[in-house]
Design a protein around this ligand. Sequence first.
Ligand code: DAT
Ligand code: MG
Length: 167
Amino acid sequence: MNQATLILIKPDGLKKSLTGNILTRLSETKLEIVAAKVMRVSRQLAEEHYRHLKDKPFFEELIKYIQGELHNRRKVMALVYWGEEAIKKCRELAGATNPEEAEPTSIRGAYGRITTTGVYENVIHVSSDEKEAEREIKLWFRPDEIIVSLYPTKETTVKEQIVRVWA
Ligand code: DAT
Ligand code: MG
């Protein structure tokens, strides 16, 4: 069954120059990359992305982490991988949430760490299931940024919208 999953290379992954290593590991899955971009993460996006954790004691640190404030790298690389069992394959390669418990050969096991303040810096995000993948992909990408049609779309006329174009 074909699935889509959101992948984020988190600010620690970017700061540690792990983009190439992570993409190489993910290429073992033979899945297709159908969207990719580097972007800044607003507080609103961060809070919405991690809304299932908003009551946790580490929530505030987690928001700072994904926004890049802990690493002085205010960006993430966001991708959508698509293909057979995409979520399971990517989560297996990513490893357990807690980098100390993750398989040493997994991405998080190899490159993650727990900070002295208790933040799990685990370098990569992978959607947890199909429902979350849809929610997250719709949060991080517009339909025209994805080269396949994953979810139903509709056309709408946007009036007097200011957009930036090349000068
Ligand atoms: P996952 O990212 O494996 O889907 P999650 O959705 O439960 O895990 O948590 C999202 C992120 O929050 C996770 O990547 C790291 C952080 N996190 C989760 N549990 C934590 C904990 N007990 N202490 C510190 N950070 C935690
Ligand atoms: Mg999760």
